[in-house]
Design a protein around this ligand. Structure first.
Ligand SMILES: NC(=O)c1ccc[n+]([C@@H]2O[C@H](COP(=O)([O-])OP(=O)(O)OC[C@H]3O[C@@H](n4cnc5c(N)ncnc54)[C@H](O)[C@@H]3O)[C@@H](O)[C@H]2O)c1
Length: 348
């Protein structure tokens, strides 16, 4: 299994993105975001995406280099049009604008339509947290991406509709970054590429029966992912509905439906400048108190410690920056083939 350093991975990604026609500064932004997803342990949103992005650029679905335009704006809000550029480029512009507006007004909301897939949503809420903000972000699939069954339903009707929250923490930001489905679609794709089974409770086949075969999500007609929550999946479903509305209805991009439309990520970012409410140190003291309080709970059988949300990613990042990032053979082969087809020869 190839093991790549962060810098090698980032440089490989950047070269392929340049070959796909991305301007150099945008190729760097996208490569950073994809390599950061791998380094944080979310391989479903890193290198594995390049093959899909290459197809989308070649079919005209992604339009590298297009500017992000302001459709409507007030001092605290903006509706942006991403011009169908890469979502990583559009989301970075949106969050930077959100930070600037929240600094000036105390709070800001940025809504975005006409953008492609932004990858890992937590990348952007953490950017806001590092700027002293509390941030909530959601995306839907711009009306498409019917992969997740509604609670009580037997076929895919919703996108995986993730939601992320982040805020400053004592050593690192607190980060919640979750799909409202049991699992992100990319994680099913990682298992399919690796020839592994999916855990029970993730999938149903195209007849609505429980399945552990990742291929069931890629057949025609296809199966579906379940909303998160297991026995209480009505909660995952309920959250998914609101994420779809916050992302798709507010931006005008559209909520999940049965028609055919362009696949992308409509985005919602809400930022609060903490210092407009309490001094940063006081806020951090309360977050630290909460962290210490929950982590003092004696670990239950089968657990060795209690982690704050975000700690698994930050720990994986420390390890992978030190020891390298393992890439499974299937994904690596797919990436090399994609690079070769664009005339990019890669080694190591
Ligand atoms: N752009 C898109 O359209 C899209 C769609 C779906 C998902 N995604 C991304 O997919 C990624 C994966 O989502 P997921 O739901 O599969 O992730 P996941 O199930 O791994 O959950 C991740 C979250 O749970 C926290 N967590 C994990 N283990 C923990 C523990 N033991 N204790 C405390 N907290 C813990 C993590 O810190 C993180 O906040 C996310 O980054 C999401 O943004 C993107």
């Amino acid at each position: 299994m190839p093991v790549l350093s962060y810098d090698t991975l980032r440089s490989h990604l950047s070269r392929v993105l340049l070959a796909l026609g991305c301007p150099a500064d945008e190729a760097d932004v996208i490569a950073d975001a994809l390599a950061s997803a791998n380094v944080a342990g979310h391989d479903s949103h890193g290198l594995i995406r390049i093959e899909q992005y290459a197809r989308m650029v070649q079919s005209g679905e992604i339009e590298p280099g297009t500017p992000t335009t302001i459709v409507r704006e007030t001092p605290a809000t903006a509706l942006l049009d991403g011009g169908w550029n890469f979502g990583q480029v559009v989301a970075k512009r949106a969050i930077e604008m959100g930070i600037e507006k929240a600094r000036a007004c105390g709070v800001s909301t940025i809504s975005v339509k006409n953008s492609n897939h932004l990858g890992r949503l937590g990348e952007y809420t953490v950017m806001a947290a590092r700027a002293g903000m509390m941030c909530v972000a959601t995306v839907n699939n711009h009306g498409r991406g019917n992969l997740v069954a509604p609670f009580g339903g037997s076929d895919g009707r919703l996108a995986t509709n993730p939601i992320s929250f982040a805020c400053p923490g004592p050593e690192r930001p607190v980060l919640v970054d979750i799909t409202t489905s049991v699992v992100a679609e990319g994680k099913v794709r990682v298992l399919r590429n690796a020839g592994k089974s999916a855990p029970e409770g993730w999938l149903i086949d195209n007849q609505g029966h429980p399945s552990t075969d990742p291929a069931d999500l890629y057949t025609d007609p296809r199966g579906a992912i379940l909303p998160f929550g297991g026995a209480v999946a009505h909660k995952g479903f309920a959250l998914s509905i609101m994420v779809d509305i916050m992302s798709g209805a507010l931006s005008g991009a559209g909520c999940s439906y049965s028609g055919t439309c362009r696949l992308g990520n409509a985005m919602y970012f809400n930022l609060t400048d903490i210092e407009k409410f309490v001094p940063r140190d006081e806020f951090l003291e309360w977050v630290t108190t909460l962290k210490n309080h929950v982590q003092a709970s004696p670990p239950a059988p089968g657990f060795s410690e209690i982690l704050m949300p975000g700690e698994p990613e930050f720990r994986t990042e420390e390890r992978r920056r030190r020891d390298g990032i393992e890439v499974d053979e299937g994904t690596w082969g797919q990436f090399l083939e994609c690079a070769r087809s664009l005339g990019v020869e890669l080694s190591g």
